[in-house]
Design a protein around this ligand. Structure first.
Ligand SMILES: NC(=O)c1ccc[n+]([C@@H]2O[C@H](COP(=O)([O-])OP(=O)(O)OC[C@H]3O[C@@H](n4cnc5c(N)ncnc54)[C@H](O)[C@@H]3O)[C@@H](O)[C@H]2O)c1
Length: 329
């Protein structure tokens, strides 16, 4: 297994959309980076981020301590298995894969190779989401009862996102962020009921209701819309002691409304220019590779979020609520 220190080298596989914030974060954290991709963009992307381009995946794996998988979802597994077989720690973008069995194989291969693997469930590192979770954890809203989460933006321009076989589709690719957050806040999910509306030139909208084992309910809306649709997110977390609200378009972006007679009210998070959530995420993973504490999100968490998304996808097909625990293939 690789010995990871502050001077470790990271091999970023993929040179598309998500590789850029990863490479920028690695540079700001002081790590050396290699880049390999199949689209011929690695040299340009490497030079933009002070990294070095590799000609083959093997050259990248041989030259690094950590493999950071930023390729389309349908090729995550083969790269993770190659990295684990070579004894490299792994970071893999979300969703880990498009089905349960593939994601489980990736986790098992890392366990067998005695390397760590962490998923790019970056929403847990966005300041409003992290602060809201901490507030719920400290009892600020009492027992979570009803969560509402929305996430809307333009349909990704890369064609593979729109093919459910390659990306898993809207629920697996995009809504997995809020499935993970809802589970982080309100616990395990017993069943999912979902609908998909629109598409074919209109915005594609996913609607899902999660019933948590605690009895709490989460209501989610995700959307891939017109090319000019501005990316925005919101949530409200209601419990028997108060309400936390977030909107990415409001200032302050995170507020608390207490239900008790003397409960406080107002902004929960100062609107400071906090550093990139990708930097917070990758710093936590790198610290774990170097022997530090387990990050706030594990590969098992990402698999659980994938199972919720797959259950939602099956619910759309069957018209019935589906248990994530049934998603074993
Ligand atoms: N965490 C987030 O917020 C977030 C945001 C966007 C995308 N993602 C995820 O990141 C992953 C990549 O998305 P993207 O938007 O960067 O995609 P993209 O299509 O923009 O880029 C993919 C890159 O991978 C390269 N590639 C494809 N097959 C390869 C292979 N076999 N070996 C090496 N390189 C290969 C392509 O050439 C390209 O450079 C997906 O799993 C996606 O769901 C996560």
């Amino acid at each position: 297994m690789t010995d990871v220190t502050k001077t470790a080298t990271v091999g970023v596989v993929g040179a598309g959309g998500i590789a850029h914030p990863h490479l920028q974060a690695w540079r700001e954290l002081g790590f050396r980076a290699l880049v390999y991709s199949t689209d011929g963009q690695a040299p340009a992307v490497a030079s933009r981020h002070g990294a070095r381009a590799c000609d083959t995946l093997q050259e990248l794996i041989d030259g690094c301590d950590i493999v950071d998988v930023c390729t389309p979802t349908f090729v995550h597994e083969s790269i993770v298995l190659a990295a684990a077989a070579a004894g490299r720690h792994v970071i893999c973008e979300k969703p880990l894969s498009v089905n349960h069995a593939s994601a489980a194989r990736m986790i098992a291969a890392c366990r067998v190779a005695d390397v760590q693997i962490y998923p790019g469930q970056v929403v847990r590192y966005f300041p409003a989401y992290a602060a809201a979770r901490a507030a719920v954890d400290s009892g600020r809203i009492g027992r979570p009862a009803v969560l509402r989460l929305t996430r809307r933006g333009a349909t990704p321009v890369q064609q593979w996102f729109s093919d459910p076989v390659l990306s898993g589709g809207l629920l697996v690719d995009q809504m997995i962020h809020d499935f993970d957050f809802a589970r982080w806040v309100a616990g395990e999910v017993a069943s999912v009921y979902a609908k998909l509306v629109g598409g074919n030139g209109s915005p594609l909208i996913g609607l899902a209701v999660l019933t948590h084992t605690s009895g709490a309910l989460s209501h989610l809306v995700g959307g891939w819309g017109r090319p000019d649709e501005r990316f925005r997110t919101s949530f409200s977390l209601a419990g028997d002691g108060g309400l936390i609200r977030h909107s990415s378009t409001d200032r302050p972006a995170l507020t608390f409304d207490g239900f008790g007679p003397v409960a406080g009210e107002g902004a929960l998070l100062p609107d400071t220019g906090a550093h990139s959530p990708y930097q917070s995420e990758l710093a936590e993973f790198a610290a774990a590779f170097a022997g530090g504490r387990t990050p706030r999100v594990t590969a098992q968490d990402s698999l659980a979020a994938l199972d919720i998304a797959l259950a939602a996808t099956q619910s759309i097909r069957t018209g019935r609520p589906v248990a994530p625990a049934e998603m074993t293939r």
